[in-house]
Design a protein around this ligand. Structure first.
Ligand code: TTP
Ligand code: MG
Length: 406
């Protein structure tokens, strides 16, 4: 049976989220990225604003010259992340074969789903409707036998579009389009192709395969296939995280042991909480340090037994920290801790000794409270130190939470 692949991409995503939250912005010239007097670039422009030539990546100042009456919005990432999360949840309800590509874009393998929804076209209409009903966001959907054609179809259908390319029609659908519509064809490749007299996708397969390979190497072969509408790549559900880590850069470089330890404890607890939330156990703990001169080191330790306990992560981190500091005199600019070589959790309780059992129960209790009231609801002995030594108002060190990264 021919495959049916959907590509779903939200329209003017950041702008649409702002409009969903503030309906008075609907239909207006809206740009998300920042105020026009700030440095920075356009992240997303409403379709109305695009008519003035505004597009993503353009400096804000240039955008405001093109269209001074546009409404410029700073934007805030957590809102977009939330919307993205809910968007992916809706898609996952329709098919388990979901591959998120970016915040607002995903492939869905829907082969064989027509019997449930009447047709794949009707299924796409329902998906669009549900995204609109639940999130207030417009989406465009492309349907084809492979990813490349589905993606191009979605793009051509925008905004609020739906375009299905029937099986067997892929090549003729692509033929009249300019070559730079093919994924992977950037400015440079486009220039070479145009130099060879190839302007449309339809002209590409008329070139001998060897000639394409001599210009583009292995990619020449891929281009030749894509241009004929052939793309067997699977829709790949995301693989589980292979490692979990947290790090932070200090406001001021330091070698204060108590402070470094307290920070390590805090970061280690965040790593432990995520590990347990994902129901995983770790075999390795890694410490990362960046010194004042920006040299960065990582030191890794393999545990004798897999673990998901804050205490084990912290103890191992401290051991690695002591060793590292004894070999280096510089001040520390960044500290991070991570776990890797993850295996599924589900350890048998009776395999643990009594103190490990107590530790596990404590970790679980802490996680429950934090899930309910937020991470800072509980401060363990060590992280409390952070408050005592470095009160919010004081000069000197301060944990820069925004730089906290995975
Ligand atoms: P896109 O899907 O590329 O763009 P879009 O959703 O704004 O518009 P379209 O209707 O053409 O799909 O990117 C999704 C979001 O990613 C976009 O809303 C903002 C963000 N983004 C940036 O922050 N910078 C960029 O350069 C681009 C392209 C996107
Ligand atoms: Mg989009």
């Amino acid at each position: 049976m021919a495959r049916r692949i959907m590509h779903i991409d939200l329209d003017a995503f950041f702008v649409s989220v702002e409009q969903a939250l503030k309906p008075e912005l609907k239909g207006k010239l809206v740009v998300v990225g920042g105020r026009p007097d700030k440095r920075g670039v356009v992240a997303s422009a409403s379709y109305e604003a695009r008519k003035f030539g505004i597009h993503a990546g353009m400096p804000l100042a240039a955008a405001s010259r093109l269209c001074p009456q546009a409404i410029f919005i700073e934007g805030s990432f957590p809102k977009y992340r939330d919307a993205s999360h809910r968007f992916m949840e809706i898609l996952a309800d329709f098919s388990p074969f979901l591959e998120p590509v970016s915040l607002d874009e995903a492939y869905l393998d829907v082969t064989g789903f027509e019997s449930i929804h009447g047709s794949i076209h009707q299924m796409a209409t329902k998906i669009k409707q549900q995204i609109k009903d639940e999130l207030g966001l417009p989406a465009s959907v492309g349907i084809a036998s492979g990813k490349v054609v589905a993606k191009i179809a979605a793009e051509l259908s925008k905004p609020d579009g739906l375009l299905e390319v029937a099986s067997g029609e892929e090549r003729s659908f692509l033929a009249p389009l300019p070559v730079d519509k093919l994924p992977g064809v950037g400015k440079k490749t486009e220039q070479i192709l145009r130099g060879l007299g190839i302007n449309t996708i339809g002209e590409l397969p008329t070139m001998p395969l060897d000639a394409l390979k001599s210009h583009f190497g292995a990619f020449g072969e891929v281009l030749h296939r894509y241009a004929r509408g052939i793309d067997d790549r699977k829709v790949e559900p995301p693989v589980a995280a292979k490692s979990i880590s947290r790090e932070t850069t200090f406001g001021k470089d330091t070698r204060d042991r108590a402070f470094l330890k307290a920070t390590l404890r805090y970061l280690g607890e965040r790593v432990g909480a995520e590990l347990r939330q994902e129901n995983k156990q770790a075999k390795c703990v890694t410490l990362k340090l960046r010194y004042a001169d920006f040299t960065t080191i990582t030191r890794r330790h393999t545990l004798s037994q897999t673990s998901d306990s804050d205490q084990t992560i912290f103890d191992t981190g401290i051991m690695l920290l002591k060793k590292a500091l004894s070999q280096e005199r510089q001040l520390v600019r960044l500290i991070g801790i991570g776990v890797s070589n993850l295996v599924e959790g589900g350890r048998q309780l009776d395999m643990l000794d009594a103190s490990a059992q107590r530790q596990e129960q404590l970790n679980k209790a802490i996680d429950r409270i934090r899930n309910k009231y937020g991470f800072s609801a509980i401060q363990t002995g060590r992280t409390l130190l952070l408050k005592d030594i470095f009160p919010e108002t004081g000069e000197g060190y301060k944990l820069q939470t925004p730089s906290l990264s995975r």
